[in-house]
Ligand binder design. Structure first.
Ligand SMILES: O=P(O)(O)OC[C@H]1O[C@H](OP(=O)(O)OP(=O)(O)O)[C@H](O)[C@@H]1O
Ligand SMILES: Nc1nc2[nH]cnc2c(=O)[nH]1
Ligand SMILES: [Mg+2]
Length: 168
């Protein structure tokens, strides 16, 4: 959990499927401009899987490896020591590979994965100030005290009209 979450002063930012898709395409365009091509992509599961699929499609990259690192327990959970559940065996030392995640927050996950794949580049959709030094590319920065709600974290819900709560 972020420092802000622990002190109960957390804000939320919601990201819709459309916004996420749009941001992933913006990230792909930047990667196309700055790099010739990638041999493969390493998605950090689970949050990096959907961004990696979109980037793979846009960049024409079909070799998608994954690495599984757990850093948080529960939704908006407590941050703990990263636990490695699966290595990115196909990526070697990361040469020619792009590591993809949904966001960097404290940067702990990104730093851990970069140490395992030192020659890879790193890209994510969103970054918070404490984590941005650990990513080579990102699209949008969010404040450190903001918890980003991804489309897979949310569901549309009925909201009663205002007039109902104003009945005498
Ligand atoms: O910069 P950090 O503070 O390390 O936080 C960022 C990481 O936290 C989330 O993953 P999480 O560990 O919650 O697992 P998940 O991707 O399976 O949801 C997110 O997807 C990043 O991987
Ligand atoms: N969904 C989500 N997961 C995170 N893991 C670390 N920070 C965040 C965040 O802001 N949102
Ligand atoms: Mg993750």
């Amino acid at each position: 959990m972020t420092e802000a979450a622990q002190t109960q002063s957390i804000n939320y930012a919601t990201v819709t499927w459309d916004q996420l898709h749009c941001d992933a395409r913006l990230l792909a365009a930047e990667l196309m401009r700055k790099h010739r091509s990638f041999r493969g992509i390493v998605a950090i599961t689970r949050g990096g899987l959907i961004p990696a699929a979109i980037l793979g499609r846009e960049l024409g990259c079909r070799l998608i490896e994954s690495i599984s690192v757990v850093s948080y327990e529960g939704e908006e959970g407590t941050q703990q020591e990263p636990k490695l559940l699966k290595t990115a065996a196909a990526a070697g030392d990361g040469e020619g590979f792009l590591i993809v995640d949904d966001l960097v927050d404290s940067g702990v996950t990104a730093r851990y994965v970069r140490e395992m794949l030192p020659k890879a580049k790193f890209a994510c959709l969103y970054a918070k100030p404490n984590g941005r030094a650990y990513t080579d590319h990102f699209v949008t920065e969010f404040p450190q005290d903001t918890w980003v709600l991804f489309p897979w974290d949310m569901a549309p819900q009925f909201v009663p009209p205002l007039s109902r709560s104003h009945k005498a």
